[in-house]
Structure formats: C-alpha cells, structure tokens
Design a protein around this ligand. Structure first.
Ligand SMILES: Nc1ncnc2c1ncn2[C@@H]1O[C@H](COP(=O)(O)OP(=O)(O)O)[C@@H](O)[C@H]1O
Ligand SMILES: [Mg+2]
Length: 158
C-alpha cells in the first residue's frame, strides 16, 4: 500500500509528523529515506513533539542513536555516517527494533536487510525549494491499517 502527501513548508512536514505520532504504538518502526536536507529530521521532530518529547531533536550524526522519553520512548537512528553493517550490529540494534519504543531510522537503506517485515517506509523527495513529496509505503498489515487511519485523521485538528 502507498500514500503520497505533499507538504509546502517545514511546519507542514512537522504537522504531518505530529498527526502520525497519534497513531504510534510501542514497537513501531519507521524507516526514512531521502537525501541530505530532504526533511527526515524535520518530520521526526514533529513525531517527537506529538509524543511529548521535551528534548531538542536533531540528527544524532556522531552518536548514531539518540533516545528520547515521550508517551512512547523514541529511538532515533541517523546512519549517515555508518561505515559498516558490523558497526551497526555492535550497537545491539535488536533491543531497539524489537523493543517497547518507536524506532525511527534516517538513511534506513544502510540497514535494509535488518529491517523487520513490519515497518513503514517514509521517503521524502524534493519537489522544489520548499515543497516535499512524502511517500509512505508498506507491505505489512499493521501499517496498512496505520495508513488508513492516517488518511481518516486528515480532518482532525489538534
Ligand atoms: N516542506 C518541507 N519539509 C521539510 N523541510 C523543509 C521543507 N521545505 C524546506 N525545508 C527545509 O529543509 C531542511 C530539512 O532539513 P532536515 O530535516 O535536517 O533534513 P534531513 O534530516 O533529511 O537531512 C530544513 O532546513 C527545512 O527548513
Ligand atoms: Mg537528518
């Protein structure tokens, strides 16, 4: 199942993230794709805000993972600087992927083979300077339901 949404500025991308946060349950995993500056972190900031995270959310480029406390804990991976799969395996990633938090992964293509079947792909592409096309895709039933709920939530104000 696929869903595309165009956002016109960073605030709209964050709002979409916030809308999605309402549907998050423990153990969820979102895999993000998109070039540098596409808006992955921006989207994740919205998700975290919606989950009540108080920390300032930024790309954890030098630490690979940041953890935040929220309604559901958030495990935020940024794999831009990941050099090898081995390095990732050393993190004990299973504790996160199969844990009780929401896992969000920037540059998920670097660990594609390790992603559990049940995950939501979120690809962000440049449309122009301030517009982005956000593609959601999944093969798993859990996230098909999730995307349907997302569509239904369109008219709900927060
Ligand atoms: N529609 C949009 N959605 C998200 N970010 C946007 C949008 N338009 C412009 N931007 C800008 O693009 C940049 C996205 O940065 P960031 O979220 O850190 O990207 P990434 O994590 O993908 O490298 C920010 O400077 C943001 O202000
Ligand atoms: Mg980023």
């Amino acid at each position: 199942m696929n869903l595309n949404i165009v956002t016109r500025d960073p605030e709209e991308t964050q709002k979409l993230g916030k809308r999605i946060s309402k549907l998050v349950v423990p153990g969820d995993l979102f895999a993000f794709y998109g070039e540098l500056g596409a808006g992955k972190t921006c989207f994740i900031q919205g998700v975290c805000q919606g989950l009540g995270v108080r920390d300032y959310v930024t790309s954890p480029s030098f630490t690979i993972i940041n953890e935040y406390k929220g309604r559901v804990p958030v495990y935020h991976f940024d794999l831009f600087r990941l050099n090898s799969l081995e390095e990732f395996l050393d993190l004990g990633y299973e504790e996160y992927f199969y844990g009780e938090g929401l896992t969000v992964i920037e540059w998920a293509e670097k660990v594609e083979s390790l992603l559990p079947f049940g995950h939501l792909k979120i690809s962000i592409e440049f449309f122009n300077y301030s517009q982005r096309i956000i593609y959601f895709a999944t093969s798993s039933d859990r996230y098909k339901v999730f995307l349907k709920e997302l569509i239904q939530s369109e008219n709900i104000r927060d």
